[in-house]
Design a protein around this ligand. Sequence first.
Ligand SMILES: *Cc1c(COP(=O)(O)O)cnc(C)c1O
Length: 394
Amino acid sequence: MSDSLDQFAQAKLDGLEAKGLLRRLTVTERTGPIEILRGGRKLISFSCNDYLNLSQHPAVKQAAKDAIDRLGVGSGASRLVTGDHPLLPELESRLARLKGTEACAVMGSGFLTNTGVIPTLVTEGDLVLADEWSHACIIVGGRLSKADQHLFRHNDLHHLRALLEKHRAAHRHCLIVTDGVFSMDGDLAPVHDLAALAREYDAWLMTDDAHGIGVVGAGGRGSTFAGGTKAEVDLQMGTLSKAVGGYGGYLCASKPVIDLMKTRCRTLVYSTGLPPATVAAAIAALDIIESDPEYAARPLKKAQRFTRRLGLPLAESPIVPILLGDAARTMAAQKTIEDAGYLVVGIRPPTVPEGTARLRLTFTAEHSDVDIDKLADLIADKILTGEEPFRASS
Ligand SMILES: *Cc1c(COP(=O)(O)O)cnc(C)c1O
């Protein structure tokens, strides 16, 4: 056994602990649409990304059980070998329809989708321009691609244009990539303007709609549809693990692009196909989303009720950040809220930029207005005590 390995790990841990940045897993049991059990205590969660509470929905659970009975627990191999069970193409055509694209490729997770798709599209000699607040797996995907990657300031079209002016001509292909709904801030990317810039500079536009599908845009069709008209987004990726309630990732795009993914995207080709139960659950979840647009609209309405009550900028998605800045203060705030029976998990660097530790709240269809108001008042009275004006990051 290597001593230097353990010494390395321990030194890293000690360094993180000293900075208040050591993270630990906490066993959490989800015991209902909004309740969780932690350390023997029942709490109402304002931290799950299960915006429509579909992970707990009886019809979704039943669909997963039926799929196990019919097709077994696992898919048994990569989709290109024997893992392409009949539920996968069914889910793909459902997602393509929802997103208004020709085709779709489903794979292991959102993280795997970004780290597989981006290197399939760009490589050495190409250019990736990503919003600086993009999810970690976009940045990792860009790095894996070996393309030149630059970050543009958050939602700053002038900065993006300046980078295009400076770098575009010297590269073969250019991919502009951004969260459609920003995961830690809840604001939306200006997708129409980004699409226009992409056309102007012959660049491809990719959005990560992990937090958009199911809850943003009419009928939960996502950030591409948030403005009322469909934006020209070439590549819409997302996850089935948030509003859709289960697990898995997808890319919706044109048929040639999807055909390319199915033969070259390493995280699809060299990884086992999603289990039948997971895919069946996603199809059942999409049934609910597509049949009940009012239900899909509820999480955003709940978030807006909260931001109105606290005088924060009106929520654009079910995610609401309350920036506290300091990591220790944020974790103390989490504790105060937890003592009152609510779970709001504090988010610290490196998940968010240095100095922007925050409470990140997520609102879901089944949260009651009573709980939302109580939580808002608790935060106003006990956390944002009035000595300082509180900032929203967007
Ligand atoms: C959660 C998230 C992902 C990762 O999706 P998983 O399916 O959980 O791997 C990717 N992008 C964004 C913006 C996310 O919030």
